[in-house]
Design a protein around this ligand. Structure first.
Ligand SMILES: [Mn+2]
Length: 332
């Protein structure tokens, strides 16, 4: 696969220069890398004198401060009107499979089958659904991939583009602290700093900011922390009752799995979210032992050290099932 990369890189750069009416898409539930990468790619087309349309599923749900990324207000909904527009090429960033775009399956098919798709990503689970697939699994973020592509293509970075890419780098690497952070990641960060994209300011806020309700929910979940396997497994729950008591949604509790991983002695961290009385989501983190297989056993997935799954069970039952499974994993 790696040997195919130089050819794919040339084809992506050709596509950047060839596009006249590009459509840029990224996955639903935008994060700093997906949105920052899409916005920076839109900026790159601007530098080439081409106007790109950027679309994501339900952009109105992009919450502060993520919606402050330069250009975010111009992102349009992933809607049926896009299928009849005269886009010549579709660029999809940071999206391992078409399903992750969200929206109706028929809409996704119409969008992706009517025009050539250029798929730019860093997830090793990428399904290579494009006419061109440029998937750099060694990159810590799609922002890092794009930094390399735009530099090689000779497209100068504006300060806004650099801010968007830096937000993606900071977001996906948790501030350059995860194992995927490579010398090249830091070279990209240095290049983005030189182009006017600071690591503090907006990228830092996008990574760390929490509303007051989310801060209270975070505190409640931390206070409910439990351990097993001699402290090697650390977990907690975010229940509907907790969320209701602080006027938040269970979805507001981002950052908890990483926080639990900081507990001394923790090898595996798990956070259970009560989505419905009979539906529970679990986010898993590991300091070394691969946990993606456990997520996959329950229909989930992700990375070797950061994965997630959803079980159609109550939170109490789901927690028992998953913790039992993690205990047996640690015993092997
Ligand atoms: Mn990413």
């Amino acid at each position: 696969m790696e040997s195919e990369l130089p050819a794919a890189r040339r084809r992506v750069i050709e596509s950047l220069h060839r596009a006249r009416r590009p459509l840029v898409l990224s996955h639903r539930d935008s994060d700093a890398d997906s949105l920052g990468s899409a916005l920076a790619l839109g900026g790159a087309f601007g530098q080439l004198g081409v106007e790109a349309v950027l679309a994501v599923h339900q952009p109105e749900r992009i919450a502060p401060p993520l919606n402050e990324l330069p250009g975010a207000s111009a992102v349009v909904p992933l809607g049926a009107d896009l299928t009849t527009a005269d886009h010549d090429l579709v660029f999809v960033v940071d999206t391992a499979s078409p399903t992750l775009l969200g929206g109706e399956p028929t809409l996704r098919e119409a969008l992706l089958q009517s025009r050539p798709v250029v798929n730019i990503d860093h997830h090793d689970s990428n399904q290579h659904y494009g006419a061109v697939n440029y998937v750099e699994t060694a990159a810590a973020a799609t922002a890092e991939v794009l930094w390399g592509l735009l530099t090689e293509a000779g497209i100068p970075l504006t300060p806004d583009m650099a801010t968007n890419l830096q937000a993606g780098l900071v977001g996906d690497t948790l501030g350059f602290q995860i194992a995927d952070t490579s010398p090249r990641t830091l070279r990209a960060a240095a290049g983005l700093l030189e182009a006017g994209g600071a690591t503090h300011g907006l990228p830092r806020r996008v990574l760390n900011a929490r509303t007051i309700a989310a801060t209270r929910l975070y505190g409640a979940a931390l206070a409910a922390v439990q351990t097993s396997a001699d402290g090697c497994i650390v977990w907690t729950c975010v229940t509907q009752a907790m969320a209701d008591s602080v006027d938040a949604s269970v979805h507001y509790s981002h950052g908890l799995p990483n926080a639990l991983q900081e507990v001394v002695g923790a090898e595996i961290a798990a956070v259970f979210y009560e989505l419905r009385p009979d539906r529970t989501r679990a986010s898993l983190r590991s300091t070394g032992r691969p946990i993606r297989e456990v997520a996959e056993e329950y229909g989930g997935g992700g990375h070797q050290l950061a994965a997630g799954l959803t079980i159609q069970k109550s939170i109490a039952v789901a927690q028992r099932i998953v913790i039992d499974r993690l205990e047996s994993l640690l015993a092997t």
